[in-house]
Design a protein around this ligand. Structure first.
Ligand code: NAD
Length: 505
């Protein structure tokens, strides 16, 4: 049952919890107001599982309906602002995000244990970039205009309408802005449901949207459990787009709910990226980057977690890799010296450990790590497994932890065959000094993004997404704006209208 709404926009009057010195609302943000649910769910810090952060409002079907209703009400006004009216507000929001980075970093570090320094220096400012990039793109869009068959034709982008955004617990603020920004820039009000394991930084996003002057109902944030309020949101027939990031398993469920209403769905799903090292590569650079796959405890969908190394350089690559892994420091994510954080949740730690235990039991060789680090904490040692075969579960399924596998290949064909041998296809890394090979292998590998001799460099105008069970649809640039729009073809019979009156320029 939905409780009474608190005073509208009353940042100071509304009850908040303090997280690392930052006041955070634990309630929904619906129609420009903070709204509490009768029920709550518990949010704990992975830094210290005894540290309870908050009891967060546990949204239900009534809250979901209220949030979609607020988005429906806000839709005409938001659409009428046009790209530049919306762009001005979204750029103001971006500026406020930049100003709030230190507070956001403290809260997200406590909530999901991502390294505070990397949040502060790198990850959170991407949230601001997301809003600026889409404000710019929506404004710069030029309608396609041409003449054929005696008609003047024009492709018009119309806002699609209320959009539900569902996001995962890793990098929650950045990933939520990545999906929210194109929807808002395209003219769609959003209902965002962050993951229940790291809900707090998205509550701060609601405050920032409020402070930026986004009209009530344009951005709504609903907290709660996926199977409860999340399921209610994605099956509401008033919703016109569903944009999801998370696991392939949940993606299937949500895609089915959207399909029942014939609503377009986009899903950025899991990854099991190959990390291909050819003998001609800069082996030290490759080894250093491979060791960096343990950053954020490996909880990164884009990580290249299957090391595929050309056989003659296997030992050299591994010894250089170990030298880099030795420099990793497991510890408290608030400490700048720490490079490997704890995992998000005891259930996730058990899941990661289960993969390695089953691998060991079936005859895969654990070359390094393979244990929980320090009883009572949520750290798992950086782990390298040499599988008995390519069909091993640990090769074929996403672990989403600090676990890499090691396999060798002989020549390009086998490298590509191994790279393409899972059901996933989100990202891949290729290390070689040969331009021709980079082109050949880069084209042959089945993945939405292939990085050659680098990693995580992103141009926000480029398409981004997965193949196979790694995703449906493409985000990034105009691809996301098209997804968030209904495209209309407007055809006017040439010579049938008075140019002066009909030409809107
Ligand atoms: P998840 O699929 O368990 O949950 C994601 C979100 O879906 C959460 O907010 C959850 O509450 C919600 N949800 C669950 N069931 C639902 C339902 N029936 N209806 C509506 N919502 C529901 O994923 P996770 O464990 O939070 O995140 C990890 C996964 O996300 C990994 O597979 C990772 O690779 C993937 N991921 C992908 C990308 C990408 O860009 N491709 C980025 C980050 C994470």
């Amino acid at each position: 049952m939905t409780g009474p709404a608190t005073a509208a926009n009353a940042r100071d009057e509304h009850p908040r919890v303090e997280v690392s010195g930052v006041a955070v609302s634990v309630d929904h943000y619906i129609g420009g107001r903070r709204v509490a649910s009768a029920g709550t769910f518990e949010d704990r810090s992975p830094l210290d599982w005894g540290w309870k952060l908050a009891d967060v409002s546990r949204g239900d079907a009534v809250d979901a309906s209220a949030a979609v209703g607020a988005a429906v009400d806000a839709a005409p006004g938001w659409a009428a602002l046009g790209p530049s009216g919306r762009g001005g507000l979204l750029r103001r929001l971006a500026d406020l995000i930049d100003d709030a980075v230190p507070e956001l970093a403290k809260v997200e570090c406590a909530d999901m244990a991502m390294l505070e320094e990397s949040l502060r220096l790198r990850v959170l400012s991407r949230g601001a970039r997301n809003f600026r990039a889409y404000a710019d793109l929506a404004e710069a869009h030029e309608e396609r205009v041409w003449t054929s068959g005696g008609t003047r034709n024009r492709v018009v982008r119309m806002p699609a309408g209320p959009t539900v955004v569902i996001t995962p617990w890793n990098a929650p603020f950045m990933l939520s802005t990545w999906k929210t920004a194109p929807a808002l820039a395209a003219g769609n009000p959003v209902v965002l449901k962050p993951a229940e394991w790291s809900p707090l930084s998205c509550s701060l996003l609601a405050d920032l949207a409020d402070a930026a002057g986004l009209p009530p109902g344009v951005l709504n944030v609903v907290q709660g459990i996926g199977e409860e309020v999340g399921a209610a949101l994605v099956s509401d027939p008033r919703v016109r787009r569903v944009s999801f990031t998370g696991s392939p398993e949940t993606g299937r469920v949500i895609a089915s709910a959207a399909a029942a209403n014939l609503v377009p769905f986009t899903g950025e799903l899991g990854g099991k990226g190959p990390f291909i090292v050819f003998a001609d590569a800069d082996l030290d650079a490759a080894a250093a980057k491979a060791a960096a796959m343990y950053d954020d405890a490996g909880q990164v969908c884009l990580a290249g977690t299957r090391l595929l190394v050309e056989a003659p350089v296997r030992d050299e690559l591994v010894s250089r890799f170990y030298a880099h892994v030795d420099r990793h420091v497991l510890g408290d994510s608030r400490d700048p010296a720490t490079t490997v954080s704890p995992l998000i949740h005891p259930e996730h730690l058990a899941r990661v450990a289960g993969f390695v235990d089953r691998a060991r039991a079936r005859g895969d060789r654990v070359l390094r790590g393979g244990r929980v680090w320090r009883d009572g904490g949520l750290w798992y040692e950086p782990t390298l497994v040499e599988p008995a075969g390519n069909d091993s579960e640990i090769v074929q399924r996403e672990v989403f932890g600090p676990v890499l596998t090691l396999q060798t290949f002989a020549g390009e064909d086998e490298a590509v065959e191994l790279a393409n041998s899972t059901d996933y296809g989100l990202s891949a890394l290729v290390w070689t000094r040969s331009e021709a090979r980079a082109e050949r292998v880069g084209r042959a590998v089945r993945a939405g993004t292939v990085w050659v001799n680098t990693f995580l460099v992103r141009d926000l105008t480029a398409p981004f997404g997965g193949i196979g069970i790694s995703g449906i649809g493409r985000e990034g640039g105009d691809y996301a704006l098209d997804f968030c729009s209904d495209l209309k073809t407007l055809q006017i019979l040439e010579g049938s209208t008075d140019r002066e009156e009909s030409d809107d320029g």
